[in-house]
Write a protein that binds this ligand. Structure first.
Ligand code: PLP
Length: 462
């Protein structure tokens, strides 16, 4: 292994890097990114990378967008910081809440701002508890999430997540969070089971969970419209209609976690619209500001707001909020981002790119190392398999997905490995047709290299 560069050594010796094998990292070090323009990133050693993951599913407008830079600078000049506590407000947050209410696909009464998807979902949990206390049903507090879900890494939001890396040895999940099965058709459907039948079975399972836990103890259900970090998993047909019927029957508050799917990723403004999913509340972040600054929102129904009024009247205050809730600079950047989406008809732009993106995903489905290739809108997942026919998985210890991502990096392409040897692709919305082809040409070559390597390692079925 070549010795680390000076800056890589400094990174290893000073930072804890999230989602990293900290011991292996001491040997490999990081790729240090220096600058970006459009869908391209450049590392300190001068290499260009096509950013196939929009950062962490978030830099929707790509890098170097001067309008966003200007929006931040202008707000900083006007007033760099002011808050929303105890009788203060400001126009950037007011305008942003108005925009979100107008855009939301379901009736939204109010918006609570925070800084990350994790904080948004932690807040959702607290509001559900607060609401049911106000309603005089203090036992109705459990929340149903799903295996493979990703809702963040806070103590509450991390508990909602259904991925073992976020739980094991962090002593999560906390009590009161229940995980239903993932809607992972490729892996979990029975032999010959249709998507509709699989959805019916999952809705039945949800009902069984609620009955087993006690309907008077189950308060809410949370779901990403398409699961992102859990493996780019779209729901089977009719899933949300059937799940919502069960939630209605047992009076569950339903939340759509739109942190990845929101603002056009799936070809609709919000992911829930794509799948006939009508939640009561939503969490948004990431593409809300094209990730130029951290900001997230909790979108609250009128019914929930009424209970918050009751509680804060009883207690004298609504005792929740962050120093940076509705930070004016982040809010100004988010306003500009939403303005650009509207002005530049971002849904039309995304819609024009989807056929090419889908065609290239479909073509890769034939690759010998790909078990399942799936996409919705401008997000795709490639599930690698040791045997295409039997769907046999690779030994997780061989980290085949991570290996494929390394080969992609050699090819100058950034994609992301997810648990289960799934490779995710989620480019900025502004990627050009030619860049889509470039992305998939590079990915194709990375999968070829992965296949050759897997053959050499004798990991494939004969
Ligand atoms: C669906 C979803 N919810 C919540 C989160 C957590 O967001 P954050 O990393 O900003 O806390 C993520 C992050 O990827 C996510 O994908």
């Amino acid at each position: 292994m070549a010795p680390l560069s000076n800056i890589a050594t400094r990174a290893v010796e000073t930072l804890i890097h999230p989602y990293t094998n900290l011991a292996a990292f001491r040997e490999t070090g990081p790729v240090v990114i220096e600058r970006g323009k459009g869908v391209w990133l450049y590392s300190t050693d001068g290499k260009a990378y096509l950013e196939g993951m929009a950062g962490l599913w978030c830099t929707s407008l790509g890098y170097g967008n001067e309008e966003l830079v200007e929006a931040a600078a202008a707000q900083m000049r006007k007033v760099a910081y002011t808050h929303l506590y105890t009788g203060k407000s400001h126009d950037a947050a007011i305008e942003l809440a108005e925009r979100l209410k107008e855009m939301a696909p379901v009736p939204i009464s109010k918006v609570f701002f925070c800084n990350s998807g994790s904080e948004a979902n932690d807040t959702q949990i607290k509001l559900i508890w607060y609401m049911n206390n106000a309603l005089g049903r203090p036992k109705k507090k459990k929340i149903v999430s799903r295996q493979k879900a990703f809702h963040g890494v806070g103590i509450g939001s991390g508990s909602l997540s259904g991925l073992s890396a976020n739980h094991v040895d962090f002593d999560l999940p906390i009590a009161g969070i229940v995980h239903a099965s993932a809607p992972h058709y490729y892996r979990l459907a029975r032999e010959g089971e249709s998507e509709e039948d699989f959805a019916t079975r999952l809705a039945q399972e949800l009902e069984e969970i609620i009955i087993k836990e006690g309907p008077d103890t189950v308060a809410a259900f949370i779901a990403e419209p398409l699961m992102g970090a859990g493996g780019v998993i779209p729901p089977p047909r009719t899933y949300f209609e059937k799940i919502m019927a069960v939630c209605d029957k047992y009076d569950l508050y339903v939340i759509s976690d739109e942190v990845i799917c929101g603002f056009g990723r799936l070809g609709t403004m919000f992911g829930c619209e794509k799948f006939n999913f009508r939640p009561h509340g939503m969490s948004v972040a990431k593409a809300l500001s094209s990730a130029y600054l951290p900001i997230a929102g909790v979108l609250i129904s009128e019914a929930m707001y009424q209970t918050m009024l009751t509680e804060s009247t009883k207690l004298g205050t609504f005792g929740h909020g962050f120093t940076y809730s509705g930070h004016p600079v982040a809010a100004a950047v988010a306003n500009k981002t939403l303005e650009i989406y509207k002005r530049d008809r971002i849904l039309d732009q995304i819609g024009a790119r989807i056929p090419r993106f889908e065609a290239r995903v479909k073509k890769l489905a034939d690759h010998p190392i790909i078990g399942d290739a799936r996409s919705v809108g401008l997000v795709a997942g490639f599930e690698l398999a040791a045997d295409k026919k039997t769907k046999r998985q690779f030994d997780p210890k061989k980290a085949v997905g991570a290996r494929a991502v390394k080969f992609a990096e050699e090819e100058g392409l950034i994609v992301r490995p997810l648990a289960g040897d799934i490779v995710a692709v989620c480019p900025p919305f502004v990627i050009s047709m030619q860049e889509i082809d470039e992305l998939f040409d590079r990915l194709d070559r990375a999968f070829d290299k992965t296949l050759d390597w897997a053959k050499r390692e004798q990991l494939l079925s004969a």
